[in-house]
Design a protein around this ligand. Structure first.
Ligand code: GS8
Length: 213
């Protein structure tokens, strides 16, 4: 039994779960999904995620999908081991909740299409939609302006300690740093210091080692 993550080691949604398991020190098996062969759109994968997307997750008899829901489960279920990712006080825990939502509803919708256009599409022989990329970059810049103000006042998004809210940003930010749009992060002093800090954590270094295009 144990923990199994069904996914692909360079996919953003898969690595969001893997880095959480690494921070917690939970043993897991990464079960590769042959997406080129369409394995994610067929049984038995569809019984793990009926939407046919990676990652899917098992912990004993428990089956979950949606990367952010999985990492929240891991952070709670394994609260007593590894890095505590849920804040050190009730107020910080509520703040972690806020910034988890910000990542999902502000940051990700701005950055994720950029990762697709700039890295995924060219890797499949396509050409990025330059107008779309510029529009998304403008959106991301506005989001990061808010982050810059917040991170001028505290070291991490939800407070003074690293949390799941910071962790959820790692995969897409990692990929944007491989593009000319890295300057969106690098040009903002406090956002850049935050990025340098969170991306140099051993758990992320291990997980991101194979995230190349
Ligand atoms: C998104 C999953 C997703 O888009 C989550 O788990 O966070 N909100 C979900 N998975 C992508 C790979 S992302 O690295 C996927 O499976 N794409 C193939 C497809 O949609 O057919």
């Amino acid at each position: 039994m144990g923990v199994k993550v069904y996914g692909v080691a360079r996919s953003t949604c898969t690595t969001r779960v893997l880095v959480c398991l690494e921070e917690k020190g939970v043993d897991y098996e990464l079960v590769p999904v042959n997406m080129a062969a369409g394995a994610h759109k067929q049984q038995p994968f569809l019984s793990l995620n009926p939407f046919g997307q990676i990652p899917a997750f098992e912990d004993g008899d428990l089956k979950l999908f949606e990367s952010r829901a999985i990492s929240k489960y891991v952070a709670h279920r394994y609260k007593d081991i590894g890095t505590d990712l849920l804040g050190t006080s009730p107020a910080e825990t509520y703040s972690v909740g806020v910034w988890l939502e910000v990542e999902a509803h502000q940051f990700n919708p701005a950055i994720q299409p950029m990762v697709y256009e700039l890295l995924v599409k060219p890797s499949r022989g396509g050409t990025p939609d330059a107008a779309l990329v510029e529009a998304q970059a403008a959106k991301l810049g506005k989001v990061l302006d808010v982050y810059e103000e917040v991170l001028a006042k505290r070291k991490y998004l939800a407070g003074d300690v690293f949390s799941l809210a910071d962790l959820h940003h790692l995969p897409c930010a990692h990929y944007i740093m491989l593009t000319p749009y890295a300057s969106l992060i690098a040009s903002r002093k406090h956002v850049n210091a935050w990025w340098e800090d969170i991306s140099s954590r051993p758990a992320w270094k291990k997980v991101s080692a194979c995230m190349k295009f």
